[in-house]
Design a protein around this ligand. Structure first.
Ligand code: AMP
Length: 554
């Protein structure tokens, strides 16, 4: 499509498009460049085809190869599967080169993939296939050993959905695809390279899945334009250079690595490095092998990395991105000490809002705040319970709108009613404050607040203190219902290697030493081997709360 289209044309039932006046404004103000995902890659492929685009465990591709492979795969998707613009499909892939090929093939056809995470299982897959009425599922066969049979998972559900016509697997070089399946590599080899370019960047280019510690994921439609806006500004603000290699420490189908590694690299013509196993050893090995410049990790992984490597490990890193849940300030300082890399403290979500500290911000800003919004078009408000802006410094709910924020969950009127107002502002459910210097502090989700005898306590702030205790490595703080006080503070903790016990009295003494008010001290303590995790590996507070119900804590 020539020029920058200024209206959404997607014919997808239950999709909430960007309104025309906002599209026109974003195009006029230069926030939306009218680029599809594949156009971003083709720009680099046309100028520097031999530049390295993706390095995986067994294959690597230049930009020229990535462009050509995704074109042929798109041809095969169209000719062999009959996929067309506005068809929805499901991708459940680990971090691998084939993700980039399949994702871009969809983009070229205007087919919209829902990005299911590798950790999702039957319930989530069924829900997404059903919600999106997916026509095809792309998943991993025997090419990567992930200790789980994804083919079997899909085979177990396929007969229940009339719309699910095609199953496509990534198989090992010497293998045949499973019965009834298509082989992605074979399709990529034989597909017709001539696919049109008539894809409207104002339309959805993917569905990110909402995280969530309870209930099933919601599908978050994201347009090409709105994600490319984020890619551009993430790359710019992190200072990504075309010579850099960005390493995905998290699943690429999740918004963190999708924006801060995959997209930022493609925007800058840099290299994405991926490894399906997201454990410290293979990831550290990958960073060392490719001389990684950037990595994205959630705080839990950062802790593991600090414990696993010596000072020489990861010495090539220029930027470390962490977030997805609150990064304890002490952890940021330890990372800066160890690697001397710039730190991006990232507040982000699949719905779009991105607020980050920059790699060259003072350490104090990186450690204690999430900095400033990513792009020049972002609109942010911090509102009180009556919907009024709070005075600077006060706490309130973060409410966002802009060229990089979605416009409504797919086929979910109830959630949209609850989360959006009439002017298109999205109520995030996160508690924020803005400092006088313009940097933002995160306090947790509205429902992470503990109300103890009328005092509001923010769980992440208490976790920050707990992980500074010399015996504790990870912590989840939860409210425990209490007849007299309303709620009491419970702490579930993982101990550092070599430590085998911790008493509540030691925690109390530590909090007392730090001068924390009595109502902010944990009153119940549970020591666990491993804290429960969400599908993307974040510490799962809801599940931690459940542990208290099932166990006798101290
Ligand atoms: P998801 O889209 O599943 O990654 O979840 C997004 C949510 O993670 C946000 O709404 C926040 O509650 C939380 N989150 C993300 N980044 C941070 C951060 N840096 N600090 C605190 N919470 C965060």
């Amino acid at each position: 499509m020539d020029g920058s289209p200024d209206t959404a044309t997607a014919d997808i039932e239950g999709y909430v498009p960007f309104p025309d006046d906002r599209i026109r404004r974003y195009v006029d103000e230069g926030h939306w460049r009218g680029l599809t995902f594949h156009a971003v890659v083709d720009r680099v492929a046309d100028e520097s085809p031999s530049r390295r685009a993706v390095i995986g465990p067994t294959r690597e591709l230049s930009y020229g190869e990535l462009a050509a492979n995704s074109r042929r795969l798109a041809g095969a998707f169209r000719d062999e599967l009959g996929l067309r613009t506005d068809d929805l499909v499901t991708l459940q892939l680990p971090n691998c080169v084939e993700f980039a090929e399949a994702f871009l093939a969809c983009s070229r056809l205007g087919v919209v993939p829902a990005l299911v995470l590798p950790r999702h299982r039957e319930q989530e897959l069924r829900h997404i296939v059903d919600l999106t009425e997916s026509r095809a599922v792309v998943t991993v066969g025997d090419r990567y050993d992930l200790g789980f049979d994804y083919v079997d998972l899909v085979d177990g559900i396929v007969d229940d959905y009339d719309h699910l016509d095609a199953r496509i697997a990534i198989t090992a070089d010497e293998s045949e695809p499973p019965t009834g399946w298509h082989d992605l590599a074979a399709m990529r080899e034989r597909g017709d390279e001539t696919v049109g370019t008539d894809v409207n960047p104002c339309n959805p280019g993917l569905f990110m899945l909402s995280g969530g510690t309870s209930g099933l994921p919601k599908a978050i439609p994201r347009t090409h334009n709105d994600y490319v806006y984020l890619w551009e500004h993430i790359a710019t603000e992190m200072g990504v250079d075309a010579d850099w290699t960005l390493v995905a420490g998290l699943p690429v189908p999740h918004s963190f690595a999708f924006g801060y590694v995959f997209g930022a690299a493609l925007w800058a013509g840099a290299t994405v490095a991926v490894e399906p196993r997201l454990k410290p050893d293979p990831l550290i090995g990958l960073v060392d092998r490719v001389d990684g410049d950037v990595i994205t990790l959630i705080p839990k992984q950062l802790i593991d990395f600090l414990e696993a490597g010596d000072d020489a490990t990861l010495s090539t890193l220029r930027v470390v991105c962490s977030g997805g849940q609150k990064v304890p300030p002490d952890l940021v300082r330890r990372v800066a000490d160890r690697w001397g890399a710039g730190f991006c403290n990232v507040f982000g979500m699949g719905e779009g809002a991105q607020v980050i500290s920059r790699p060259d911000d003072p350490l104090e800003v990186q450690a204690t705040t999430v900095g400033r919004p990513i792009g020049p078009g972002d609109e942010l408000r911090i509102l009180d319970e009556e919907g009024q802006p709070v005075p600077q410094g006060d706490l309130g709910e973060l409410v966002v709108r802009g060229p990089g924020v979605f416009t409504g969950y797919l086929r979910n009127d109830a959630a949209n009613e609850k989360s959006f107002d009439d002017e298109g502002w999205f109520y995030t459910g996160d508690v924020f404050s803005r400092r006088a210097d313009g940097n933002h502090e995160v306090w947790g989700r509205l429902d992470d607040t503990i109300n103890r005898a009328g005092e509001t306590v923010y769980a992440p702030a208490i976790e920050d203190v707990l992980v500074e205790h010399p015996k504790i490595t990870k912590a989840a703080v939860v409210g425990i219902p209490d007849e007299t006080l309303g709620e009491r503070i419970g702490a579930v903790v993982e101990l550092r290697a070599g430590v085998d016990s911790l008493a509540l009295s030691e925690v109390t003494a530590f909090f007392e030493d730090r001068g924390l008010a009595v109502f902010r001290r944990p009153e119940r303590l549970l020591v666990v081997e491993t804290l429960p995790e969400t599908d993307v590996g974040k510490i799962d507070r809801n599940a931690a709360e459940g542990l208290f119900e099932r166990t006798t804590a101290e």
